[in-house]
Design a binder for this molecule. Structure first.
Ligand SMILES: C[S@@+](CC[C@H](N)C(=O)[O-])C[C@H]1O[C@@H](n2cnc3c(N)ncnc32)[C@H](O)[C@@H]1O
Length: 201
């Protein structure tokens, strides 16, 4: 689902970009390591700061990215124009990713799956588009945060069937994405790097 006005503002400012660059990307890099080239996908790219970091911090050679919200996709397109045809942005849905099977060495999720009512469908899609041995780098927002009374007044999230860190890791494993590293900040945020099995299947 799209962001409400408050969350849209929270996601589109220099402070958010700085947190993503200084803490989130570095944490995921420590957990999952760099890509050293290769093709990556970012789901729910927002205004494209993550897409830029996948080039700059993770060392991808090519990055595709999409967002459900056309305003976000347009901002991302402008942000990564400097990468020419190494970056491709579109409007799309993480539960039906417009890419062939086994396209990417890595898929990145900077806090979008908790916005998806049928979030397990997105995990199945992530697995489908990853190459065998590919990695999924995820930062996710957990149910305690979503159900916090103050957060509920300010932000719009799907409320049914949200997940804690253990449920998210278990769902990854059920969808063929084996968690390699994980950490969490209380019941609010989890970071997981998971891998698709190296042999096809
Ligand atoms: C909390 S924001 C995070 C944006 C960006 N990843 C960041 O870290 O700044 C969640 C983003 O997910 C997008 N989104 C929500 N549901 C989606 C879906 N089903 N498919 C793709 N993007 C989605 C929203 O439009 C929004 O841009």
């Amino acid at each position: 689902m799209r962001l409400n006005r408050v969350e849209y503002t929270m996601m589109n400012n220099p402070l958010r970009a700085s947190i993503q660059r200084r803490f989130e990307a570095r944490r995921l890099l420590r957990m999952g390591g760099p890509l050293g080239g290769g093709a990556a996908l970012e789901i729910g790219c927002g205004r494209g700061v993550g897409t830029q970091l996948i080039f700059e911090v993770f060392g991808a050679n090519r990055v595709d990215a999409f967002d459900l919200d056309p305003r976000m996709a347009e901002q991302a397109r402008r942000r990564v124009a400097r990468y020419g045809d190494r970056a491709r942005i579109w409007v799309g849905d993480a539960t039906a990713i417009a890419a062939p099977d086994a396209s990417y060495d890595a898929v990145f999720d900077f806090g979008i799956i908790h916005h998806i009512p049928r979030w397990r469908d997105a995990l199945a899609e992530v697995r489908r588009v990853l190459k065998p041995g590919g990695r999924f780098y995820a930062e996710e927002i957990l149910s305690d945060f979503i159900h916090n009374p103050v957060v509920r007044r300010l932000l719009d999230h799907p409320l049914e069937d949200r997940f804690d860190a253990a449920t998210f890791s278990a769902a990854l494993a059920e969808h063929g994405l084996t968690p390699l590293e994980s950490s969490a900040f209380g019941g609010w945020v989890a970071w997981v790097v998971a891998a698709k099995a190296a042999t096809a299947g």
